[in-house]
Design a protein around this ligand. Sequence first.
Ligand SMILES: C[S@@+](CC[C@H](N)C(=O)[O-])C[C@H]1O[C@@H](n2cnc3c(N)ncnc32)[C@H](O)[C@@H]1O
Length: 209
Amino acid sequence: MRQHVNPLSKNFDEIEKFPPLIEMFEDSKLNLHLDIGCAAGEYLFDLALENTNWNYIGIEIRERLVNTAKLKVRDKEIKNLFFVFGNAHNILNNYHNKFLIKNLKSISFNFPDPWFKNRHHKRRVIQPEFINFLSNLMKKGSIIYIKTDVKDLFEYMDCTISSDLNFERIEKKDFNYSESFNPNKVQTSREKYVLGSALEIFENIYIKT
Ligand SMILES: C[S@@+](CC[C@H](N)C(=O)[O-])C[C@H]1O[C@@H](n2cnc3c(N)ncnc32)[C@H](O)[C@@H]1O
């Protein structure tokens, strides 16, 4: 069992700045997707290699994983994938990085850490203030995806996002996956484990109106 990282620790006060999009990607005009809490990034590597008509960014708070992922991007010469280390809240909230949110087509939160104890809920990545911040900057029509195997966390995330009047839930049956960042339904590492263990997965999609 891995040790969870406390995102509220002062260690994460210093943030990495995103370079301009033209320095991050070979074609900066492609649709842009952000995966928050991407761990080692296997999911994003799969997506980036499969969907060369999208650009992908992963943010992860465990530095060692990000360093390894960055080396892999360089070694494999992948031109549509970029990783950033740190607490997603601090990174995106920073003045220098806000431009990125305005350029996003979608954001995914895949199996975020549940932080089960009540006194630890403030460590959860989805927070009302963070969702409000995103909803003010994300462009109309952009999408948020959430996925988890923890029912209580799912209800909390759904309630938090649905409480923001700028986001509307889309029924999965009405959603056109073929035009999304993940047309072939690539699975994350945690998702593969959960499906292999026959556990239930809870997911929702929201559009910025
Ligand atoms: C349970 S793992 C899921 C990893 C991956 N998304 C998957 O589905 O396999 C949650 C990940 O989110 C990262 N994380 C938690 N809080 C974060 C934060 N505030 N900012 C960035 N990453 C965070 C954790 O370090 C961990 O790698």
